[in-house]
Design a protein around this ligand. Structure first.
Ligand code: PA5
Length: 450
């Protein structure tokens, strides 16, 4: 199998193929809006041809810095939030050994993340841990002004400088940010950090195939050339020249919009491997921030099966019928494990002896899909050949393209996130930031403090 496929045969009890194919003209038009850069947010389309336009020299430069940081670090801390963190986290989890961080013999540094929350315990635990290890920092912020990573970087920079001295610290810190704007750019220039630029026309959640994702992924030991090759193939296979019914991005966008129109307001991304937990988190950000605006948009949720069949499974089977699911179905595991025979057979599972673990998982997947259809939950299946860098790059580009197409179908700008500013204003006002005094008083009154 050399393609990612989108199987929508299990939604036809809920929407007709006519209702799905009714989106054909609109989606082909949306393809034109993307290609001709005439749709909403058209100054944020740098991701569209990124795979085919990334020169090998760029990948070589990323790999060279990755090699350098790998040689001097037991741990690399990636500081960032949202699109400046989730893509790398998703890829490293999807491609790596499930226990990579506690393997006694490691070829690669441990990649940890910071600045994706403001939790005091998390960051204190991290600093205490780093006391005992040699480490480097990659700080990522497109705007260079986001509070969470800026706070974490402030802590980590001071910690590292104290540990190895200012000169050595500046060799161990790499910044990924805007070419000229923002506090991080200023600091990086001032301190002489090595930097990579996030291009103006690529938004955070569409940036995984830039240095934002690629540098941490390379540090974790994965082949970024293969990742980009896969994305390049996806760029070809989801492009405007591909027929609607052969284009996985169009089919996915059409199916989810047809279901949305039928009142299926929640899309649950389902995986059957914990390695995909963070791919779901990345997808949730991509789709949630891109589509959830103007009081519209499918709510993106996620579950890890079979674990969550023992929690959320009940709701999915019998709760409010506002759900459809999208199953990430990985064809081949990378490893082999068969179920042993047990002469005592107290658990009465000897009928499974000799079977692959993955076969049991596959039957769980198939059985669950059928149960969900019977329970009123339409099921889209995205079939991914395997969790390799190539197929992950392919999958991520596919989701980006489908998201843009789907967002245009909702007639929203899939590349902005105006709603994200609201909590920040309130947080700053409550913290007494100069300029926010009046807002601060109003919020305190509402909180009952006056
Ligand atoms: O998708 C987006 O643009 C956002 O989620 C950003 O990635 C996130 O807010 C982090 O922004 P920045 O990289 O500017 O710190």
């Amino acid at each position: 199998m050399d393609k990612l496929t989108v199987d929508i045969s299990n939604i036809y009890e809920f929407v007709s193929s006519k209702q799905v194919f009714a989106y054909k003209d609109e989606l082909m038009h949306n393809q034109e809006l993307l290609e001709e850069k005439t749709g909403k947010g058209n100054d944020f389309l740098g991701w569209l041809n990124l795979p085919s336009s990334t020169p090998n020299e760029e990948l070589n430069a990323i790999n060279a810095i990755a090699t350098d940081l790998r040689s001097k670090s037991e741990i690399v801390v990636v500081v960032g939030i949202g699109g400046s963190y989730l893509g790398a986290k998703a890829a490293i989890e999807a491609l790596g050994n499930s226990f990579a961080n506690i393997l006694p013999k490691r070829e690669n540094p441990i990649v940890l993340f910071a600045g994706h929350n403001i939790c005091e315990d998390y960051h204190k635990d991290l600093l205490d841990l780093l006391d005992g290890y040699s480490y480097s920092i990659i700080v990522i912020s497109k705007s260079g002004t986001t509070t969470e990573p800026a706070l974490a970087f402030r802590l980590l920079k001071q910690h590292l400088e104290k540990k190895v001295g200012k000169a050595e610290a500046s060799q161990r810190i790499v910044a990924i940010t805007d070419k000229s704007k923002g506090a991080l750019r200023k600091l990086a220039d001032q301190e002489g950090y090595r930097t990579f630029i996030i291009s103006d026309d690529i938004g955070g959640r569409y940036s995984v195939l830039t240095a934002v994702g690629l540098l941490p992924i390379a540090i974790a030991g994965f082949n970024i050339y293969d990742l980009i090759d896969g994305a390049k193939e996806a760029e070809k296979n989801t492009g405007i020249d591909i027929r609607f019914d052969e284009n996985p991005a169009c089919i996915y966008a059409a199916a989810r919009n047809a279901l949305y129109r039928k009142g299926k307001n929640v899309e649950i991304m389902v995986n059957y491997t914990p390695k995909l937990h963070y791919l779901t988190e990345w997808w949730k950000q991509l789709y949630g921030e891109s589509e959830g605006k103007e009081n519209k948009g499918i709510f993106p949720a996620g579950v890890d099966f079979t674990s969550d069949l023992h929690s959320m499974g009940q709701y999915i089977q019998e709760g409010e019928r506002i759900i459809f699911e999208t199953v990430l179905s990985v064809v081949s595991p990378l490893k082999t494990l068969t179920i042993p025979n047990d002469p005592a057979n107290l658990d009465q599972l000897n009928f499974l002896s000799g079977k692959r673990y993955s076969e049991v998982n596959r039957m769980a997947e198939q059985g669950t899909i059928l149960a969900h259809i019977d329970g009123g939950v339409p099921s889209i299946k995205i079939v991914i050949p395997e969790l390799s860098p190539y197929w992950l790059g392919y999958t991520m580009y596919f989701f980006e393209r489908a998201c843009a197409l789907s967002g245009y179908t909702l007639n929203v700008n899939p590349f902005d996130q105006p709603g994200v500013e609201e909590y920040k204003k309130n947080m700053f006002a409550l913290l007494g930031k100069p300029g926010f005094e009046e807002k601060g008083k109003e919020l305190r009154r509402r909180l009952g403090e006056f």
